[in-house]
Design a protein around this ligand. Structure first.
Ligand code: KG4
Ligand code: ZN
Length: 341
């Protein structure tokens, strides 16, 4: 620790990105190295957990070395080692957790286990140094769709979450069905720009008895039914129209849930997080809805929305200053819930 400076080496390997970063005081990113495995998983149409684990093993040491080098640091200038320990794929998580534990054991540096979703939320602290809790955050990724009240650093209340598919999962599945391939989100985002979002009216998923929970599986089925019916009738399918109409349905639901929370809780700040937060239509719609209600809108740049280790370094800092460090018995927790340690 150098005066008031706390430098954290953070590691992220919960899915298909092997990532390491050095972050100072939770907000300043000295390096953010991401080695993506997308090319390999594209061959299989989705993430293959066993292949992901093997690739993490091959790459993790190099990625950590590179993160330190780009930050101009050695392990002697680092104050703590942080790692995502859940939720995620157990094999991939174990690689990051093992690497972080080995580093902590060898150097004596404190170890900080970080919740992956908390990391996504904290990406906003990096992008907007003035942002402080409380605020609302919509976390939309490949594995999660959570509407969260961030009451304080490390203090979260989950207002609603998906009852079936995550938003990103719906993007990936629909993209596969319309022949766009993996990963679906960015491809649907791109092709939707040439389509008409009003061309086909797909359902806006609702969950009975809950204004904040999400459901995307009905929408996905509705897209499949539409495609099948066109094929049976020999009608031409406009991929841009299907993509844009599907995307519009997801965006409408996400925005309307978030705005309900804004009203009910009198929120003055709303943030987006997770891979789907890099969706251009979602960002634009959320920005517009927030402006109408005089709500300050925050959204990290796309590189901090999809999986990265800088966000883990930010979350780790706020855990560290609150005294939350982990022991060397830290284990991968594939189904870890937000708010539990
Ligand atoms: O946060 P993330 O990198 O990994 C998880 O924690 O799941 O999110 C990945 C998800 C994938 O489902 C991907 O298709 C989606 O984010 N995604 C997008 C966009 N970029 C990534 N979805 C919609 N539009 C995008 N531009
Ligand atoms: Zn993620």
């Amino acid at each position: 620790m150098n005066g008031t400076e706390t430098a954290i080496l953070a590691i992220e390997s919960s899915c298909d990105e092997t990532a390491a970063a050095v972050v100072v005081n939770g907000r300043t990113v000295l390096s953010n190295v991401i080695s993506s495995q997308i090319d390999i998983h594209t061959l299989y149409g989705g993430v293959v957990p066993e292949i992901a684990s093997r690739k993490h093993v091959e790459r993790i040491n190099q990625v950590i070395r590179q993160a330190l080098a780009e930050a101009g640091r050695t392990l002697q200038d680092i104050d703590a080692v942080a790692v995502t320990y859940g939720p995620g794929l157990v094999g991939p998580l174990l690689i990051g957790v093992s690497a972080a534990k080995a580093l902590s054991f060898a150097t004596g540096l404190p170890l900080i286990g970080v919740h992956h979703i908390e990391g996504h939320i904290c990406a906003n602290y990096i992008a907007a140094p003035e942002l402080e809790p409380p605020f609302g955050c919509l976390v939309v990724s490949g594995g999660h769709t959570h509407l969260v009240l961030v009451k304080d650093y490390g203090e979260y209340e989950i207002l609603g979450k998906t009852q079936d598919d995550a938003a990103g999962e719906a993007f990936d599945k629909v993209a596969r069905e319309i022949g766009l391939g993996y990963p679906g989100g960015p491809k649907i985002d791109r092709v939707s720009k040439e389509g008409d979002p009003q061309a086909i009216v797909f359902p806006r998923g609702k969950v009975a008895g809950s204004v904040y929970d999400f459901s995307f599986s009905g929408l996905k089925s509705s897209v499949l039914n539409y495609l099948n019916s066109c094929r049976m009738k020999g009608e031409e399918i406009s991929v841009p129209d299907v993509a844009a109409s599907f995307q519009q349905s997801v965006v409408d639901v996400l925005v309307s849930h978030a705005m309900t929370a804004v009203e009910e809780f009198g929120l003055t700040r709303l943030a987006l997080a997770g891979g789907v937060a890099s969706n251009s239509a979602l960002r634009a719609a959320m920005q517009e809805a927030c402006s109408e209600k005089n709500v300050q809108f925050f959204c990290p740049p796309p590189i901090l929305c999809t999986d990265n280790a800088a966000m883990i370094g930010s979350a780790a800092y706020y855990e560290f200053i609150r005294g939350n460090v982990s022991g060397l018995d830290l284990n991968a927790r594939p189904a870890l819930r937000l708010g539990s340690r």
